[in-house]
Design a protein around this ligand. Structure first.
Ligand SMILES: [Zn+2]
Length: 314
C-alpha cells in the first residue's frame, strides 16, 4: 500500500499526523513553520491535497481547508485514501494581508522553485519536492482579487481530461477553461502528471460564507466520487464555460452594476452604468456576448480600463 512520507515523517494507513515543516525565520528570528495535516484511512485509496492561502490575502480558501480538517477530526469518516491538508501555504502574505511575499513575489508564479532562490521560490521548491510527488489529485483554494468577487468556479485546462472529470465531480456553479500558467503550482503538478483543480470563490480579504460553504460541498462531492467519503451534498447545475473575458471600463467614474454573480446576460444587454460624480455624464456598459457573470468588481470608483465584469461563454 502507498505510504505518504513528508520531510522524513512516514504516515501509515489509519494514522493522523500533524507535521510542522520548518520554512525560514522572520527578521525577528521567529521560526516560521508550515503546518501540514495528514489524515489517512486504513484502506488503500487516492492521496488528495487540499490547500489554501497560496495567496496570503485569500482568506476564504484558508477557512475552507480549515473547516474540512475540522469535519474530519469531528466525525466525517475517511473510507479510503489519504488527505494532505495545508490550510495556509503563504504565511508571510497572511501576516501582511498580502497576496505575495515581502519582496513582492507571487508564490503561484515561482514554481517549481529553487532551494537557494527567493523566499517564494524556496517554498515552491518545498511543495514541489515534498508534496506534489505524494499526491494523485489536489484542490487549491483561491479567491478573486481585492474588491473583485468570483462566483464559485473550478478552473481547469480543458485539455486535461482527468482534471475536467474531477471538476465535474466537484460540481459547483461553473467550470471555466483556463490554460496552465507558466511557473504556477497547477502547471508544475500537471508536469508531474498530477491533477490540481483551482477553485475560485469570493474576493480577497473578505470572508464569504457562501463561497466557503460551496468549496466544502464541492470537495465532499469530489471525495464521494472517489469513494473516500460516504455522503455529499447535491451538486449545482454546473455550466461549462470554454472561454471567459473581462469587460473593461470605457470611462472613469462611479460604477453601478445591475447584474449579479451567476446571472445570464444576452448580447447587447446593459449590465451596468458608469457616471461622473455630478450627474452630467452616464455611460452604459453593454455585453458584447451571451454569457454568464462569473466575476464582478465591487469597487464603486473605477478608472478607464478597469476590469468590471468577467463573462464566461458556453
Ligand atoms: Zn489566488
Amino acid at each position: 500500500m502507498k505510504e505518504v512520507q513528508i520531510n522524513g515523517v512516514r504516515v501509515r494507513p489509519g494514522q493522523s499526523v500533524n507535521i510542522e515543516l520548518p520554512i525560514a525565520k522572520l527578521p525577528t528570528h521567529t521560526l516560521i513553520d508550515l503546518p501540514i495535516f495528514i489524515r489517512s484511512s486504513k484502506n488503500e485509496g487516492p492521496v488528495i491535497l487540499i490547500s489554501g492561502g497560496v495567496h496570503g490575502d485569500e482568506i476564504n480558501g484558508v477557512v475552507t481547508a480549515k473547516k474540512i480538517l475540522e469535519e474530519l477530526d469531528h466525525g466525517l469518516e475517511l473510507l479510503r485514501g489519504t488527505l494532505i491538508i495545508i490550510p495556509l501555504v503563504n504565511i508571510y502574505g497572511f501576516l501582511s494581508n498580502s497576496r505575495t511575499f515581502p519582496d513582492g513575489r507571487d508564490l503561484n508564479r515561482s514554481f517549481p522553485g529553487n532551494k537557494k532562490g527567493s523566499l517564494a521560490s524556496r517554498i515552491a521548491f518545498i511543495l514541489s519536492q515534498e508534496i506534489i510527488p505524494q499526491i494523485d489529485f489536489g484542490i487549491d483554494f483561491h479567491t478573486g482579487g481585492r474588491m473583485l468577487s468570483n462566483q464559485p468556479q473550478i478552473r481547469v485546462d480543458f485539455k486535461d481530461k482527468m482534471g475536467l472529470e474531477l471538476a465535474n465531480a466537484f460540481g459547483t456553479h461553473f467550470i471555466v477553461n483556463s490554460k496552465h500558467i507558466e511557473k504556477s503550482f497547477r502547471k508544475t503538478a500537471f508536469n508531474a502528471r498530477k491533477h490540481l483543480l483551482v477553485y475560485e470563490g469570493g474576493e480577497s480579504m473578505r470572508l464569504d460564507s457562501y463561497a466557503i460553504e460551496e468549496g466544502i460541498s464541492g470537495t465532499k462531492r469530489l471525495l464521494n466520487h472517489l469513494g473516500m467519503i460516504g455522503i455529499a451534498p447535491d451538486s449545482k447545475n454546473t455550466v461549462t464555460l470554454s472561454q471567459s473575458d473581462w469587460v473593461r471600463a470605457k470611462a472613469s467614474g462611479i460604477f453601478y452594476s445591475s447584474v449579479k454573480l451567476g446571472d445570464y446576460v444576452r448580447k447587447g444587454e446593459i449590465m451596468a452604468r458608469i457616471s461622473d460624480p455630478y450627474g452630467q455624464v452616464v455611460v452604459p456598459v453593454k455585453s458584447g456576448t451571451n454569457g454568464y457573470v462569473i466575476g464582478l468588481n465591487n469597487n464603486p470608483v473605477i478608472n478607464v480600463g478597469d476590469a468590471l465584469i468577467h463573462l464566461g461563454k458556453e
